[in-house]
Write a protein that binds this ligand. Structure first.
Ligand SMILES: [Zn+2]
Length: 82
């Protein structure tokens, strides 16, 4: 599996929607590819924060905190990608 393929399957991988074969290939790639394991980590965090944001209405303060956390995650992703 290539990095491009892995990124394509990433959200399905996190949701455990991949076929056994693909999931195995993804796991093998993640074990050997540092960039993709970071991408997986970042995407997981982003999805978790996103789900939290959708799950319940937030007060203004909490929402601002969440956005700043999301911005940090994206900033980190940009840094590691360069
Ligand atoms: Zn990769």
């Amino acid at each position: 599996m290539t990095c491009t393929e892995l990124i394509e399957y990433l959200s399905q991988y996190i949701d455990q929607e991949l076929d056994t074969e693909l999931e195995k290939a993804a796991q093998e790639h993640l074990a050997s590819c540092h960039n993709c394991s970071i991408a997986l980590d970042t995407t997981k965090k982003t999805i978790t924060l996103g789900r939290l944001a959708l799950a319940k209405p937030l007060t203004g303060v909490k929402r601002e905190k969440l956005y700043s956390q999301l911005q940090q995650v994206f900033a980190q992703q940009t840094e590691t990608g360069s």
